[in-house]
Design a protein around this ligand. Structure first.
Ligand code: NAG
Ligand code: NAG
Length: 412
């Protein structure tokens, strides 16, 4: 009897260990903590798949638990005044410093866009709340953390347009004056899908001749920047990496546009490009845009093109066309549209499917004459900046946050 229980116990332990264990590269710090953290995400993802399979709830509705677990009510503290406001109808949490360096002093502002693949996440999650407070106290700046609406309830371009409306509304003299913000010192920033929205809104605003007040800087943390090639070396190398495996990124992309699973399947196979998209391949040609060290041993081949969208994807012209819209894929604009952009900070991680999106943008921005600071983390993984809260706090998250804020201090 006792032997029996021991056998069962050992079997359970090894099953658990087998489940948690993943071949995570040796260089990554705190590997076991990352494996444990990721086993939570993997379990949730399996449950979400199962739930969708049996018709209980859609995959993303289950994954939304990630947001709910860390959701808090942002409140003022002794140093930061927190209010929930609307800008042109769109919700944002506003963080302002309480200590004023004399009333005549104007402050800097950061418009922050959270990550979560356009489907998950909230400005009211504790890691974003902590980040906003840190920016406020270290820079004496105002932070607007935008609660843009999410897919799949609100497909592209709704999340983008919400962000555009907030930025456009905030960048008016009388609005900035209400918050004592210097019109020459406003930045837009975000991580992952938030970096995508930040890059897209920077492009759209800087190219509007009627826009009087411009952004001073854009700070992009492991941004998503293009939907045409989902087989870049970083997508191939990191397809099974923790936090953001390739399947999840492809899910996010497809759910941003449609609930129809045909797009997801086409994107998984990298066969989602229409003949019209092929003229844009030069803007994401990693063989030309990635420094050799990042190309590794991968051999370039351009994404394949479907001759007319037929088969099960017929009738999905809309989503297929949106993939190439620069408001969704900011890497797809011509050089002339990059030239007027504000100076940029781009953070990339080695172990991230999105690494090459960020690096290609660095190459293209620099070629267009934009001042760029590129910080690459050799041991970094996607989503790391979010992991600042016990028990999933990682040393690398602290370093990334400190370096990011240092850049803002010196450049905004
Ligand atoms: C990509 O770049 C390589 C090398 O610069 C070039 O040979 C190739 O024709 C390019 N392909 C496309 C689709 O732009
Ligand atoms: C790339 O091509 C070379 C030469 O044809 C080959 O030796 C190498 O294995 C290829 N690399 C990959 C990752 O397929």
């Amino acid at each position: 009897m006792r032997l029996g229980s021991i056998v069962v116990f050992v079997a359970l332990c090894s099953l658990t260990a087998y489940y948690i264990y993943e071949p995570i590269p040796e260089e990554i710090e705190e590997r076991w903590k990352l494996m444990l953290t990721n086993s939570f995400f993997r379990t949730l993802s399996h449950l979400a798949d199962l739930s969708e399979l049996v018709g209980l709830k859609d995959y993303m509705d289950v994954m939304y638990a990630v947001t709910l677990i860390e959701r808090i009510v942002p409140v003022s503290d002794e140093r930061v005044q927190v209010t929930e406001e609307r800008f042109d109808g769109v919700e944002a949490v506003v963080y302002q410093p309480k200590l004023r360096g004399g009333d005549a002093d104007l402050r800097r502002a950061v418009i922050y866009l959270h990550g979560g693949g356009w489907c998950l996440g909230s400005s009211r999650m504790s890691p974003y709340d902590l980040l906003a407070r840190q920016i406020v106290t270290e820079l004496n700046a105002v932070v607007l953390s935008v609660e843009y609406r999410l897919a799949p309830a609100h497909h592209f371009p709704v999340p983008y347009e919400d962000v555009y409306r907030v930025v456009k509304h905030f960048l008016q003299k009388w609005v900035l004056a209400q918050y004592s913000v210097d019109p020459e010192r406003v930045a837009v920033s975000g991580d992952s899908a938030g970096g995508n929205l930040a890059a897209a809104v920077s492009q759209q605003l800087q190219n509007e001749p009627a826009q009087q007040i411009k952004l001073k800087a854009q700070a992009l943390i492991y941004p998503v920047l293009q939907a045409l090639d989902l087989n870049t070396p970083s997508y191939q190398q990191n397809q099974d990496m923790p936090i953001l495996p390739r399947t999840l990124m492809v899910r996010f992309w497809s759910e941003y546009f449609t609930r129809d699973k045909a797009l997801f399947r086409a994107m998984m196979a990298n066969t989602h490009n229409s003949p019209e998209s092929s003229r844009l391949f030069k803007f994401i040609n990693w063989s030309a845009l990635l420094p050799e060290a990042y190309q590794k041993d991968y051999n370039y081949s351009a994404p394949s093109v479907a001759q007319g969208i037929g088969g099960e994807a017929a009738g999905m012209d809309g989503p297929f066309r949106s993939l190439a819209d620069p408001r969704a894929s900011p890497l797809l604009v011509p050089d002339a549209d990059l030239f007027p952009l504000p100076k940029a900070y781009v953070l990339t991680c080695e172990y991230d499917v999105l690494r090459d999106d960020g690096i290609m943008y660095v190459t293209r921005l620099r070629a267009a004459g934009v001042q760029v600071t590129h910080e690459h983390y050799d041991t970094g993984f996607h989503g790391a900046v979010m992991f600042t809260v016990w028990p999933t706090d990682f040393l690398i998250a602290r370093r990334m946050t400190d370096n990011y804020i240092k850049w803002l201090r010196e450049n905004l």
